[in-house]
Design a protein around this ligand. Structure first.
Ligand SMILES: [Fe+2]
Ligand SMILES: [Fe+2]
Length: 209
């Protein structure tokens, strides 16, 4: 099923839509916490603080949007309130683990250097995904006349992608090969996540009454 179709199914069903928003919120929050955890204690700069703050805002903003679609709330990130809970929870950690392994194996990084390099590549891959996913989601929301909107997130994610590109250039110099590898790892995990979304919710044709 095409991603647009999947989202159209989700947005048309308040309960699914609420859990989709909660799932995105949880993933944004995981991202915010990962950025904070990667911050060097004394030398963290304005850009990294801004990024952590904006990802935390995305988590809050998406959670607030749930009030616009469903009477039933999704109060926590517990499995019952998420879509594909296991894969959604694990996605970012798996990406982090696999990117770290790549950096250790190919560049021999360790310690603070590994932590920062992994932050750059993991965040870059996520921004590439966010820049693809949120505009498709916004189109579906607009098309269906939903009160939910994610335009402010799209603007900030575009800014993040540009910032990550600049930081990768500074850190790696020759960054393209590493970035491509991170995107390839992310694509594998994203595809598995989508499959899991479809399977757990039986959104594949026939779910409608
Ligand atoms: Fe975000
Ligand atoms: Fe971002």
């Amino acid at each position: 099923m095409e991603f647009t179709n999947l989202l159209t199914h989700i947005v048309a069903d308040d309960s699914l839509h609420a859990r989709w928003l909660n799932t995105l919120s949880m993933m944004e929050n995981t991202g915010a916490r990962k950025i904070s955890a990667a911050e060097p204690k004394t030398t963290v700069d304005l850009l990294m603080l801004k990024h952590a703050a904006e990802e935390a805002r995305h988590a809050y903003y998406l959670k607030k949007q749930i009030q616009k679609v469903a009477e039933t709330d999704c109060p926590t990130y517990e499995p019952a309130f998420l879509l594909a809970p296991n894969d959604s929870h694990a996605y970012l950690n798996r990406l982090d683990v696999q990117v770290c392994r790549y950096l250790k194996d190919t560049l021999g990084f360790a310690g603070a250097e590994l932590k920062y390099a992994a932050y750059l590549l993991v965040t870059y891959a996520i921004e590439v995904r966010a820049d693809e996913l949120y505009p498709v989601y916004q189109d579906v929301l607009t098309e269906s006349g939903s009160k939910v909107n994610v335009r402010s997130i799209i603007v900030e994610e575009e800014g993040h992608l540009a910032e990550m590109l600049r930081q990768m250039e500074t850190f790696f110099g020759d960054w393209q090969g590493h970035a491509e590898r991170a995107v390839a790892i992310e694509t594998g995990l994203y595809t598995a996540w989508l499959t899991s979304l479809l399977a757990t919710e039986k959104i594949i044709a026939g779910k409608e009454n």
